[in-house]
Design a protein. Structure first.
Length: 323
């Protein structure tokens, strides 16, 4: 009896720790470099998230490299007490196919806390490309074949993934030019050294607005409401039926994080997604805030499972791997 009483007292003593969570700063691991589109989303989201968590301090840890897998591995190894989280994008679902050996388990190594947003992508070209709309661009690509080239920000990047899907849908095989990041790829596209690129609205909107590139279509199945992009048709309505690519961002915690903590984080996430400042910042990036059931952990995880299957087929067909 004395032993049972001691255990009961110990259990009760542990309860306030979860009830008071968080009582110290939280760190969000971002598996990409500072200043990039995912980092921007993370910093804006952290500001919105800290408010429903009692204005706790939230810091960003940029651990980039290897297509986001280094940061993901770091988050998976972290203490599962709710004080280390991770904000990651679609690479969470593509890495199991791009990397044939990962230092973590994508589905088992994390608690899924909810999706945050989806960032549409745009198909753009150098102004030297002789095509004024998607129909003309498609004909030009099919006519010139391997004489054309497609830029991306590196294997595993959003632009690389969209490029793979585009090649599969169009059944074309342009030369693929990988860069070490979006900035140098965009610079060469503007300069006419490369022909086309498919990249996030967070990276392309300013160039489209500044008339530095030609824009042909968005990759979502509905047109966007952002003023700069509202006139662009979707690839689906332009003839690539079913084409739908967006770069989503979600929040994760290490596997085994107590349910009391993950429940509190999920509740805070839902409040953060309704924060006016966060909504405004995402609209400015052309991003769409998630409002459906995927803001819940189970639906978030189920969605990622379907994304792993979708991208696995595309990557296997292309035979392009990062390791």
């Amino acid at each position: 009896m004395k032993r049972l009483f001691t255990i009961a007292i110990a259990a009760l003593a542990a309860l306030p720790a979860f009830a008071e969570y968080p009582d110290k700063p939280i760190m969000i691991v971002v598996p990409f470099a500072a200043g990039g589109p995912t980092d921007k989303v993370a910093r804006d989201f952290a500001e919105a998230l800290r408010k429903p968590l009692g204005n706790v301090a939230i810091t960003i840890d940029n651990t980039g490299g290897a297509g986001g897998t280094l940061g993901a591995a770091k988050a998976a190894r972290a203490a599962n007490d709710g004080y280390t989280l991770m904000l990651h994008h679609v690479s969470m679902a593509t890495s199991p196919s791009l990397y044939r050996k990962l230092p973590y388990k994508t589905l088992e190594g994390f608690e899924y806390l909810g999706l945050i947003n989806e960032v549409p992508m745009t198909l753009i070209s150098s102004k030297s490309v002789p095509a004024n709309n998607f129909t003309e661009l498609r004909k030009w690509l099919e006519t010139n074949g391997s004489k054309t080239n497609l830029a991306n920000a590196g294997i595993g990047s959003a632009s690389h993934l969209c490029g793979l899907m585009l090649q599969s849908a169009l059944k074309i095989a342009p030369q693929t030019i990988p860069y070490k990041g979006t900035a140098p790829a965009m610079t060469d596209l503007i300069g006419g050294q490369v022909d086309i690129m498919c990249d996030q609205t967070t990276n392309t909107t300013a160039q489209i607005e500044g008339n530095m590139v030609r824009a042909y279509a968005v990759t979502t199945q509905q047109r966007l409401k952002t003023p700069v992009l509202a006139a662009l048709p979707t690839l689906d309505e332009s003839g690539l039926k079913g084409f739908n690519v967006s770069i989503w961002h979600g929040l994760f915690a290490p596997a085994g994080t107590p349910k009391a903590v993950t429940d509190k984080l999920n509740a805070a996430l839902k409040v953060a997604l309704k924060d006016p400042a966060f909504i405004k910042s995402q609209e400015g990036l052309g991003a769409v805030i998630i409002t459906d059931a995927r803001v819940n952990g189970p639906q978030h995880k189920k969605f990622v499972e379907t994304e792993i299957e979708k991208w696995g087929a595309v990557i296997k067909a292309a035979g392009q791997y990062a390791d």
